[in-house]
Design a protein around this ligand. Structure first.
Ligand code: AHM
Ligand code: MG
Length: 352
């Protein structure tokens, strides 16, 4: 080859096509150290889980035994769907004999799952929601998987996993897979947020958007307004506010990953508040709210319970829940201002 070789435009396009997930992780870390190799291999396995789940979902309506309920109820008291079980097992299978992950914890399992053959060297715990937005499963609408990686600090196998009861700033990496018209994987290792699209002809996730930034304000508010009657007055105040002001539009798809993805790209706010009866709401900290909070902060946005940053919340137990207000900085702050106002009023009336 000539010394003065110049890359052609097709070579640039090829370079982009070759930016697979595992290569991107190494590029981000600018290192081939053992830690960097581990993280790259971890993301590669998560990508494999995503491909397996995506493949099954894409043919779900044609296969026997894919859609519908199993008849079981999970640790959360929710009816389990067949795809919840399948996706949960996919993550376990891809990490078997990986030497990477010693323990997995998911919203579908009461206690963490240990892979003993990995434990002597596997230094990580994978936390995940295998199928997010299960109510969309049988109607062919978008779904997701959410994941988070933490360093394993405990070795207790009695299921208490006390080392996981720490704040979300302990996460090493987090992300989600969106099963929509195309399958996308969005991740962060604490160096910005990047999205990848599954190219079915290659069977690879290829970089599609690097360093995603959420706008400081957006017009979208995303919340299940059917719960209005159960909310605290402060959340109702906020909803009344958006109803009475120009420039807001409602969007709600019933799958957190899809609704979050829209907010990440377009700006706005997603809310799943607590209710008077259930002040902690529906979404789980370790598998849902903390991983998405990690991503939104990396994208320049905010995630809050209304009173505290999600990433500062320390759970009391593995399956703890938190209210979630997440998205553009200014929009999250506006919701918080309504909550603060009512909290101050309550404090004043208690001290009278
Ligand atoms: P799941 O993980 O069991 O599917 O539950 C979480 C889902 C979120 O994806 C979504 O935002 C929310 O539950 C929808 O709940 P609701 O039907 O109460 O609006
Ligand atoms: Mg979920």
């Amino acid at each position: 080859m000539a010394d003065n070789y110049q890359p052609s435009s097709s070579e640039h396009a090829l370079d982009r096509d070759c930016t697979t997930l595992s290569r991107h992780v190494l590029q981000q870390l600018q290192s081939f150290s053992a830690d960097a190799q581990d993280l790259s291999a971890l993301m590669n396995r998560i990508a494999l889980a995503a491909k397996l789940i995506s493949r099954r979902l894409s043919r779900a309506g044609l296969l026997e035994g894919v859609l519908g309920f199993t008849g079981e109820v999970n640790v959360q008291g929710e009816s389990v769907k067949k795809m919840d079980v399948y996706a949960n097992e996919v993550f376990i299978s891809v990490f078997k004999q990986s030497g990477l992950v010693c323990r997995l914890a998911s919203e579908e399992m009461e206690k963490p799952y240990y892979i003993p053959e990995n434990c002597p060297i596997g230094r990580y715990t994978l936390l995940y929601d295998p199928i997010d937005g299960s109510s969309n499963l049988d109607i062919n609408l978008n779904l997701g998987s959410i994941f988070s990686i933490r360093q394993q600090e405990g070795t207790d196998e009695d299921g208490s996993a006390l080392d996981l009861l720490q704040h979300g700033r302990k996460q090493i990496a987090a992300g989600y897979i969106l099963y929509g018209p195309s399958t996308m994987l969005v991740y962060s290792i604490g160096r910005g947020v990047h999205s990848f699209t599954l190219d079915p002809s290659l069977g690879e996730f290829i970089l599609s958007h690097e360093n995603i930034r959420v706008p400081d304000h957006g017009s979208i508010y995303s919340v299940n307004e059917g719960n209005f009657w159960q909310w605290d007055e402060s959340i109702r105040d906020y909803i009344r506010y958006v109803h009475r002001h120009e420039g807001y539009t409602a969007r709600y798809g019933g799958a957190l990953v899809g609704d979050f993805h829209r907010i990440l790209l377009l700006g706005g706010v997603f809310l799943y508040p607590g209710t008077v009866k259930k002040p902690e709401g529906k979404l789980r900290l370790l598998y849902e709210t903390a991983p998405l909070a990690f991503l939104i902060e990396q994208a320049g946005g905010r995630a809050s319970t209304g009173l505290q940053d999600i990433l500062d919340v320390v759970p009391d137990f593995l399956h703890a829940r938190t209210p979630l207000i997440i998205g553009s900085k200014d929009d999250v702050e506006l919701v918080e201002s309504f909550i603060r106002e009512r909290t101050e009023e309550k404090t004043v009336s208690l001290t009278k």
